[in-house]
Design a protein around this ligand. Structure first.
Ligand code: FPP
Length: 233
């Protein structure tokens, strides 16, 4: 079975660049190019939602020059890709905190979200300034506010209710998480949503990731038995 929702931790851009004697930002540039092909490949495989970790709440700790480059890359990439997204019926969405993102990035982001909102094909969900813990705390604050206002009763807070306050409110949890770059960490990505997600990792650095590797991951996923805590078949 093809996973409906794939999440990807696009790791290894810096190491990819270093191995080629290039500066780290060249890896991010190459990574952005690869993403285009992977969106198309995922769509062709029948994947409905692709959530990609483009910038974490922890990535602000990186040297300013790298952070500035990634922010600029996000802005320019998003704007430049609008015609392509529309040609391929890709609906772009955003998860993360708007707080702290440069105004220019927010403007380009809002433009791409509005320009692709009516598309009905694959959803490209961009995690930018995203952290799983931040998301859970933000959701908790919203829930407390709702209770204080009298819109929500404490006894009505269950998993379904909690999920409705997350950035991913109207999306199903990922079926498959792919991490490139050889590490075996979640890195504060989709902490709530990954509870029963199948994890597949590869040593391949993100800029070297290909549609063929994506297909391998999807085939491997198809062989897994998902029991969701039960006993299976
Ligand atoms: C991880 O590689 C990658 C990032 C922190 C940034 C991801 C950004 C992109 C793939 C490009 C921009 C994305 C979009 C949506 C246009 P790393 O720098 O941690 O690599 P390393 O582990 O080798 O140092």
């Amino acid at each position: 079975m093809v996973p409906k929702h794939i999440a990807i931790i696009m790791d290894g851009n810096g190491r990819w660049a270093k191995e080629r004697g290039k500066i780290r930002t060249a890896g991010h540039q190459a990574g952005a190019e690869v993403l285009k092909d992977i969106v198309k490949a995922a769509d062709n495989l029948g994947v409905k939602i692709l959530t990609v970790y483009a910038f974490s709440t922890e990535n602000w700790k990186r040297p300013k020059i790298e952070v500035d480059f990634i922010m600029q890359l996000l802005g320019t990439y998003l704007k430049k890709e609008i015609p392509e997204f529309n040609a391929n019926n890709v609906q772009v969405r955003f998860i993360g905190s708007r707080n702290g993102l440069p105004e220019s990035v927010l403007e380009e982001l809002d433009l791409v979200l509005a320009s692709t909102a009516k598309n009905t094909g694959i959803i490209l969900n961009l995690a930018i300034n995203y952290g799983g813990r931040e998301e859970i705390i933000t959701a908790t604050k919203k829930i407390v506010e709702s209770v204080q206002k009298g819109d929500l009763k404490v006894e009505d807070i269950d998993e379904k209710c909690f999920e409705n306050f997350l950035y991913t409110a109207d999306l199903p949890a990922p079926d498959l998480l792919i991490r490139t770059g050889g590490d075996f960490r979640i890195s504060n990505f989709l902490l709530w949503q990954l509870a029963y997600t199948e994890i597949w990792t590869t040593d391949t650095y993100w800029p070297d990731f290909t549609p063929e590797i994506l297909q391998t991951a999807v085939v491997e996923f198809g062989k897994r038995e998902r029991r969701f805590g039960g006993l299976g078949n």
